[in-house]
Design a protein around this ligand. Structure first.
Ligand code: HEM
Length: 458
């Protein structure tokens, strides 16, 4: 055992720090604990030890790529059952990680976003049409559900030229329910090691998981089949991978199985997180009238009443700050793992042997005292350039860190700013004043039950 750390007060033999553990809210519970136990602490649950780091100094050390690398904590490692050595769930030493990274990186540069812009505008138009109907019928709408439709449609059409027909459905495509079921199953199972005699108790949820997994595989097969049948020309992510696979000289060619894992990875990683980010940003916009008006004034000035051109999206500096600040308070990927490359000491005296790992608790890092005296308050001006410069490095990590940081960062930002700008340009938003923010954890974070009444702007 490598040094002791503060832990919750009521530790029980065998079960560990089980008092007060709610399998539905591990991140929010750990964030509260971070406030009490300090920058590094541990939780032991059924014999499994989780070390959490949330202080600006220790996280700064964990982000040093020379000393630490991405680590797959149990909740992410379990996802290899779905994603295998796809980009998100690959170990850094697996050859397919480097290959896929090198092959797909050019499709995610800031300039490459130009190629996705028109599709993103088209999908935003689908949302507008849907909300215009809601406005006319005076019917409120569930924000997370609509944002999930929008982001799944966007990654489907941009990455794979595949439409899920999301806006023609009352609920998001069944792909989403199967994905959420599979993500939460793996996350909750990572907290439990079930002894053989207790396995029958879990047979039903195991069966449901098998069904969900099969459904995801069916969607994946349909994406590939649709492409193989088509005679059109494509230049999307799928085509990049398929062309490389046919090119014997391409060192980054991926196998058919691995292409499948990449498709699932992008369909999941490419929509769920951005949907949450948009939903939280809309929550704050709808509940902060001054912020809303300032953001709208910027859209009116920069975009006017027309459709946004590609170059006009990054000019919405204030809207971008609203997004950044929403991702500060609710980083939709709330934690990531870091493993020591060699024996080392972090913080004052916490020893880690090579291979030991810690979870960076981004939710708590983003409310560290470096964020000022009222870190829980929503204030987009936290992202004014002067304030950014005045803070230490590595205190804002919604997109992870180092070489395994999010490949889709520019994509998510372009899409989210474009959609927020479009909504501000067209609609007034009325939130239910009695709604208190409730956050659902399903590996990512998402507002639960947040509804708005959109009204076409007078
Ligand atoms: C990795 C966050 C949007 C694709 C990551 C990681 C984070 C993250 C924190 C690193 C995880 C770790 O260290 O274990 C987010 C957030 C998003 C977002 C907050 C939206 C607001 C996207 C989009 C795509 C995407 C739009 C694709 C179009 C990926 C992939 C990886 C990744 C493939 C794995 C990269 C690698 O390991 O090489 N993301 N992401 N993400 N993200 Fe995102």
């Amino acid at each position: 055992r490598n040094g002791s750390l503060p832990h919750p007060p009521y530790r029980v033999p065998v079960l560990g720090d089980i008092v007060g553990v709610d399998p539905r809210t591990p991140i929010q519970d750990s964030t509260v604990l971070a406030g009490r136990l300090g920058p590094m602490f541990e939780r032991e649950i059924l014999g499994r030890r989780f070390v959490f780091a949330s202080g600006a100094d220790v996280v700064g050390e964990l982000c040093d790529e020379k000393r630490f690398e991405k680590f797959l904590p149990p909740g992410v490692e379990n996802l290899r059952d779905i994603g295998a050595d796809g980009l998100f769930t690959a170990y850094s030493h697996e050859p397919n990680w480097q290959r896929a990274h090198d092959l797909l990186r050019p499709a995610f540069t800031a300039g490459a976003m130009r190629g996705y812009h028109e599709i993103m505008v088209d999908v935003a138009d689908d949302l507008i049409e849907h909300w215009e109907g809601r406005s006319r019928n005076r019917a409120g709408t569930d924000v997370s559900s609509d944002m999930t439709k929008l982001t799944l449609e966007t990654i489907g059409r941009t990455g794979f030229s595949y439409s899920f027909g999301s806006f023609a459905r009352a609920e998001p495509h069944p792909f989403v329910a199967a994905m959420v079921g599979a993500l939460t199953y793996n996350q909750r199972r990572s907290l439990l090691s079930i002894p053989a005699f207790a396995k029958p108790l879990f047979a039903r949820s195991d069966r449901r998981y098998a069904d969900n997994k099969q459904y995801l595989a069916d969607v994946l097969a349909d994406v590939v089949r649709t492409r193989r049948r088509s005679t059109e020309e494509f230049s999307d992510l799928l085509q990049i991978m398929m062309d490389a696979a046919k090119d014997a000289d391409n060192p980054n060619a991926l196998s058919e199985a691995n292409i499948g894992y990449q498709i699932l990875t992008f369909l999941i990683a490419g929509h769920e997180t951005t949907s949450g980010a948009l939903s939280f940003a809309l929550y704050y916009l709808a509940n902060n009238p001054e912020v809303f008006e300032r953001a709208r004034a910027e859209v009116d000035e920069v975009w006017g009443t027309g459709k946004p051109q590609f170059g006009q999206v990054p000019k919405l500096r204030y809207v971008r700050r609203v997004l950044d600040e929403s991702l500060r308070l609710w980083p939709t990927v709330p934690a990531f793992g870091r493993g020591a490359r060699a024996d080392t000491v972090i913080g004052d005296d916490y020893r880690m042997a090579a291979g030991d790992w810690a979870v960076v608790l981004v939710t708590a890092l983003h409310r560290d005292p470096v964020w000022g005296e009222r870190p829980n308050d929503f204030d987009p001006d936290n992202f004014l350039p002067d304030r950014i410069k005045a803070r230490p490095a590595h205190v804002y990590k919604p997109f992870g860190t180092g070489e395994r940081a999010c490949i889709g960062r520019q994509f998510a930002i372009h899409e989210a700013v474009l959609v927020l700008g479009t909504i501000l340009q067209r609609f007034d938003l009325q939130a239910d004043p009695s709604y208190r923010l409730k956050v659902q954890e399903r590996l990512t974070m998402m507002p639960d039950g947040f509804r708005v009444q959109p009204t076409i702007r007078a």
